[in-house]
Design a protein around this ligand. Structure first.
Ligand code: PEP
Ligand code: MN
Length: 386
């Protein structure tokens, strides 16, 4: 997989509206011949890289609009031809791939509800063997990096070389402003593990509202994403799916114009020396943090022997409550976000308990599952935060 693959280079170079980044735009669903043609012509003038349009729509509840089906594929293709844009469509079954190939669809994508299912992804990968089209892989609905990586690997093993990862956010139990929470560390880890797979962001499904499109897109660009996929409809409020997040082509133009592109690096001498000095300070502080953590865990070992001697449990709910209260307050006084502080102390406490149990042989020396167990102290911590 290489960023310079022919098909992908074609996409990269085309996004004239965002300095060469990939911009895939178009309606959530293809609804009519006229709707997709009108959208395509306006997007073509704007200089996007490709036109998207859902033909088979995965809807949460039955009874809502399921997409127009195969009849819409020639509409999508004709719109793309008229606007001189490659066209992209979601596929969930091998039969969808057959239909897309019949109608000359240029790019395929695997939706979030399909990426979660290795059976479905494998069936698609098998069908795509020998098919030379770019395939976009949306992140799975749930925040599971391995599933996302696994789907990309299945395609790669089937010989698909032009793969793009699409970050559209994750469904979580937390109440947030997003329709799908970004959890940026997951796509960033994907990029670290698969640096040659272009990564683009879908702020439409992530935000779920028009207002969030710009801040999310800017954040993605600040993180050096390779592009964006944005839902565009000529009359968004009348759209048959995802009406609240779609925007007009005109609004897309001003959205893209307002985004700021930053470079990964610069050779300006002042920058290089200033940043090097700051990084040196950060390196030193990180080492101090690790020194402190090492010392803390050494004391934890001593505590475990003390508790063992007096038959006291390693987990102490009241002590943990006190720690939560004190550390979040102390962190706030140093302008540190409470959730951030809690996240760190969740990990520290989990490790402390694991060490104590190992020290006193409650658990075997090489536990492999502790990270997956929701330990009681985590439940207490979650309650404390509320
Ligand atoms: C879509 O792109 O229209 C779609 C259904 O997206 P997702 O799979 O991200 O929900
Ligand atoms: Mn949609």
């Amino acid at each position: 997989m290489s960023k310079s693959d022919g098909g992908l280079r074609r996409l990269h170079g085309r996004g004239a509206c965002l300095q060469g980044k990939i911009v895939i735009a178009g309606p959530c669903s293809v609804e009519s011949e006229q709707q997709v043609m009108e959208t395509a012509l306006k997007l073509g003038k704007l200089g996007v890289s490709a036109l998207r349009g859902g033909i088979w729509k995965p809807r949460t509840r039955p009874g809502s609009f399921q997409g127009v089906g195969e009849i819409g594929l020639p509409w999508l293709k004709a719109a793309g031809r008229a606007a001189k844009l490659p066209v992209a469509c979601e596929v969930a079954y091998p039969a969808h791939v057959d239909a897309c190939l019949t109608h000359g669809i240029d790019i395929l994508w695997i939706g979030a509800r399909t990426t979660v299912n290795p059976f479905s992804v494998q069936a698609l990968a098998d069908r795509l063997r020998g098919v030379d089209l770019p395939v976009m892989v949306k992140n799975p609905v749930n925040p599971d990096l391995e599933l996302w990586l696994g789907a990309i690997e299945r395609l790669h093993r089937a010989g698909v070389t032009k793969i793009i990862a699409v970050h559209r956010g994750f469904s979580t139990a937390r109440q947030t402003i997003y329709r799908n929470e970004p959890i940026w560390r997951i796509p960033l880890e994907l990029r670290r593990r698969m640096p040659h797979v272009p990564l683009i962001c879908d702020p439409s499904h992530m935000g779920g509202t028009r207002e969030l499109l710009k801040p999310i897109s800017q954040e993605a660009l600040d993180l050096l994403y390779d592009g964006l996929m944005i839902e565009v409809h000529p009359r968004p409020e009348k759209a048959q799916s995802d009406a609240s997040q779609q925007i007009t082509p005109k609004r897309l133009r001003s959205l893209l114009a307002g985004l700021i592109l930053k470079k990964e690096n610069t050779l300006v001498r002042d920058y290089i020396s200033h940043i090097a000095a700051l990084r040196k300070e950060v390196d030193g502080l990180d080492h101090q943090l690790l020194d402190c953590l090492g010392q803390r865990m050494e004391i934890v070992r001593q505590m475990s022997h003390c508790k063992e001697k007096y038959g006291v449990s390693s987990f102490q709910p009241h002590r943990w409550s006190d720690i939560v209260r004190d550390r979040t307050r102390y962190g706030s006084a140093h302008a540190l976000d409470q959730d951030f502080v809690m996240e760190i102390f969740d990990h520290i406490h989990e490790e402390a308990i694991r060490l104590q149990e190992r020290e006193t042989d409650v658990i075997p020396p090489e536990p492999v599952t502790h990270k997956h167990i929701r330990r009681p102290h985590r439940i207490v911590a979650a309650a404390e935060r509320r």
